[in-house]
Ligand binder design. Structure first.
Ligand SMILES: NC(=O)c1ccc[n+]([C@@H]2O[C@H](COP(=O)([O-])OP(=O)(O)OC[C@H]3O[C@@H](n4cnc5c(N)ncnc54)[C@H](O)[C@@H]3O)[C@@H](O)[C@H]2O)c1
Length: 249
């Protein structure tokens, strides 16, 4: 099936990795919906992809709300005949001392990073299964595999949960033509990393990475495009590690 007949929803697509994923999917011929809390920034990206709105649109989507995913599903149905691909990219890393994390902070980080993936996979998993095809790609994190060093316990635990949900939904939906996979990046060369880690500390972090460089976010986006392809039907429940050798199975 040609990619230009396909429709993808990317969450957290206003900037960072999500923006790159949306750009690469669009370049591969997808019609792309960019969901984000920051709808103005998402609109800017959508306009830069296609000013006519024919093949790119932005929508306000808060991944903490199931109703927002249901509304996105309906909108894509009306607009483009339904989605084929969902990329659960939105997330928020939070640095915090383990023993100081309050119950409220824990819940807030789990809501954005884990509960969001559960809600999205329920809503779109059901819609994809009804259509007999679909691709879901979840952006996890190395922190979810190792427990994390530079991020908080809530974030690491949530990302570990994303890997588990990936397997659970993959098993549930496999017989209906729907695949569910995760990509687990290590530290990436992205604005948020440079904004949140002081330059000297970042240089020291890079020295701990076996390949001695931050990950290329464009390559992660290319991996998403590969997993989103109609031809990728035999990959499901997988986690693709892209971490510079920081974690080897
Ligand atoms: N940056 C890294 O090194 C790295 C490493 C491993 C995993 N990841 C994961 O990659 C994904 C993207 O990270 P990034 O570095 O591009 O982050 P970022 O902070 O630069 O961008 C995140 C985007 O998500 C949006 N967002 C935040 N909360 C939202 C919500 N409730 N609803 C909808 N949108 C929301 C933000 O507005 C923003 O546009 C995240 O899941 C992150 O955990 C990043």
């Amino acid at each position: 099936m040609a990619a230009n007949h396909r429709v993808a929803l990317v969450t957290g697509a206003a900037r960072g990795l999500g923006e790159l994923v949306a750009r690469r999917l669009h370049a591969a011929g997808y019609r792309v919906a960019l969901g984000d809390l920051d709808v103005e920034a998402a609109q800017g990206v959508a306009r830069s992809l296609d000013g006519s709105g024919e093949s790119a649109m932005a929508l306000r989507l808060d991944v903490r709300n199931k109703a927002d995913f249901e509304a996105a599903d309906r909108l894509l149905d009306e607009h483009w005949g339904g989605a084929d691909v969902l990329v659960n990219n939105a997330g928020q890393s939070r640095v915090a001392a383990l023993m100081d994390i309050s119950p409220e902070e824990f819940d807030a980080v789990v809501q954005v990073n884990l509960r969001s993936v559960f809600l999205a996979c329920q809503v779109f998993g059901k819609a994809f299964a009804a259509r007999g095809q679909g691709r879901i790609v979840n952006i996890a994190s190395l922190a979810g595999q190792t427990g994390g060093t530079a991020t908080g316990a809530h974030y690491a635990a949530a990302k570990g949960g994303v890997l588990t949900l990936t397997k659970v939904f993959a098993r549930e939906l496999a017989a209906q033509g729907v695949t569910v996979n995760a990509i687990s990046p290590g530290p990436l060369d992205l604005p948020i990393v440079h904004e949140s880690v002081p330059a000297e500390k970042l240089a020291a972090v890079i020295q701990t990475i076996p390949v001695r460089t931050l990950g290329d976010a464009g390559f992660i986006a290319d991996a998403v495009v590969l997993l989103a392809a109609h031809e990728a039907g035999s990959v499901t429940g997988a986690c693709w590690d892209i971490n510079g050798g920081l974690f080897m199975r």
